[in-house]
Design a protein. Sequence first.
Length: 255
Amino acid sequence: MSALSVVYTKAGFVLAADGKASSTDGSISALTTDYARKIFKARYKRIEFAWAITEIIYNPDKSFDLLSEVTDAIGALVSVKFKPIGDCVRDVAARTNASIRKAHADGVINEYPYNPDSPDKDTIAHVFLAGYFRRLSPSLIRVRFHHKDQILADPQILTEEPPANDIYSGSHAIAQRYCTGLPEDRFGKYFRPSGPLIEHGIAHAVGFIEACKDPMASHFDPNCRNIGGRIHAASVTPRDGFRWVPGYEPSSPET
């Protein structure tokens, strides 16, 4: 489980995530580290954008690695010349889903993740893409990989131009408390309102991750036990493209 926020402002997007990835039960295991990167830079044609993944999972011997599968699929977008971004994302989703299906059929993955404490119990992972794919039009694309009773389903894809709402992934319970912004609430102390400037978006996005990391968070949501580590955050604007937020760079930033 990861904490991830995607905030849209008039100036651009901000994405923030925790850095913890810890072992899970079953045949799928996660990296055990406080410095996992869940936000990445990519290019579509000549346009820089950000993408993020909510779970860094692989099987014990690493013969299947979901992050690598998604990275390879999205990396191919840099060479696209004429295909619309919507078609490209469908290709990425289909290619990744095929890899998941093959790993399951080959016995590399015995069981898909199942989280009874989450509203999306059968979700394998979410992938988010944020950027300006059509000139100055802000786009947020969500891809959900999921199963139904251990039968892999087709990916769900949702595109918003511009985004209607910010995304708070990782803990619905903490998101509700965070967004109240009440100072008397333990999680209200982390709340920073979003606004038109990118600095507003940074404060708001990072605040949610800090709330999920609070030692008391797991009392409201057991999923928060697996949230922590180094926070990293990035912005995407029409002028500057992808930039790591100073002070919130990952342990090994992309060049």
